[in-house]
Design a protein around this ligand. Structure first.
Ligand code: SF4
Length: 317
């Protein structure tokens, strides 16, 4: 079950919105906010959306965002063509007679234009919770207005993906969603239960395999340290086993951090959760990598908090 979902049908359009995060690999993407915050919002190790209600933005508002970005890209392209040889930075500015709240849209469009307009990231934590018909409508509109886009990516929870039919996944893929990031974190049922991930190993595997069947690229996250001292080994082995059954395109490493604003911090302080040291995290990671078997994933350790930021590579199966 997801938490309380709020769809504010009567809300007025206030321009485009930016959610708090995107994967590091989406640094050149434009952000398109489809939903706000996280519909689950219970994981003990995550404080990102704490105290914030989840809501789905009206589809018409998202369509309006896409139209607005197209308008500004057209303006920027016109301006750029006219300004060759002059200082383009000075010449590109917010066109007159547009609502003030579109200032953000203009700047977002300008950054995207400069990055080459190749990729789009759908925010926030779990876009796949949107009705397939609505998601397909949004994706079709993107494709119509920005046919040059090569990649459209979203975060998604395994629990949500598992409930989507293969037919709907295929329609969503056909409409243009071609990469999903899923936080597996661990595939040990004990660990998943303890951290309130709201999903079990079986569902992680079903969801991952479904994404792959639809022809969508899959990025799965593994979080060394999440099992604490007690479950470090089992977490490494179970997670490797789940990855072996999914064979995701990417395996991304995110070492556990315990800031004060997460629920796990209380468990850590009270001694219920015994944090692993760096050596144990390294051993867990080694066990995980050692037990990957038959996968052809690219391993990425692309987060600033990771113990081994520089480690990455390909597995050849
Ligand atoms: S599902 Fe993701 S965003 Fe939501 S609480 Fe868990 S880790 Fe955080």
């Amino acid at each position: 079950m997801e938490g309380g979902i709020i769809i504010k049908k009567t809300e007025n359009y206030q321009g485009i919105e930016l959610g708090p995060i995107r994967p590091p690999s989406e640094s050149e993407s434009i952000m398109l906010r489809i939903t706000r915050n996280c519909p689950w919002n219970k994981c003990k190790f995550c404080g990102l959306y704490k105290g914030k209600d989840f809501s789905i933005r009206p589809v018409d508002h998202v369509i309006k965002d896409i139209d607005t970005i197209r308008y500004y890209i057209d303006e920027i392209e016109k301006n750029t063509a006219q300004s060759s040889g002059k200082n383009q930075q000075d010449l590109i500015s917010l066109p007159a007679r547009r609502p003030e709240y579109e200032r953000l849209a203009f700047h977002v469009a300008l950054s995207w234009f400069r990055a080459g307009m190749k990729s789009i990231f759908l925010q926030d934590a779990n876009t796949m919770i949107v009705k397939p018909d609505d998601l397909v409508r949004i994706l079709n509109h993107i494709k119509q207005l920005f046919p040059q886009v090569e990649r459209i990516t979203s975060y998604a929870r395994s629990q949500t993906i598992a409930r989507i039919s293969d037919e709907d996944m295929a329609r969503i893929a056909e409409a243009g969603l071609n990469r999903i990031h899923t936080g597996m974190e661990s595939a040990s049922d004990d660990v998943l239960r303890f951290v309130k991930k709201g999903v079990d190993k079986k569902t992680h595997i079903q969801a991952g395999q479904k994404v792959k069947r639809a022809g969508i690229e899959l990025s799965e996250y593994f979080m060394p340290g999440l099992g604490g001292e007690e479950h470090a080994l089992v977490s490494a082995l179970e997670t490797a086993d789940a990855m072996n059954q999914i064979n995701p395109d990417f395996i991304r490493i995110r070492t556990l951090a315990i800031p004060e604003n997460i629920e796990l911090y209380k468990d850590y302080k009270s001694g219920v959760f015994k944090k692993t040291g760096d050596v144990q995290v390294a051993e867990e990671l080694l066990q995980f990598l050692d037990h990957l078997d038959g996968v052809t994933s690219t391993i990425k350790s692309d987060h600033i908090l990771n113990l081994f930021q520089e480690s990455q590579g390909f597995l050849s199966g």
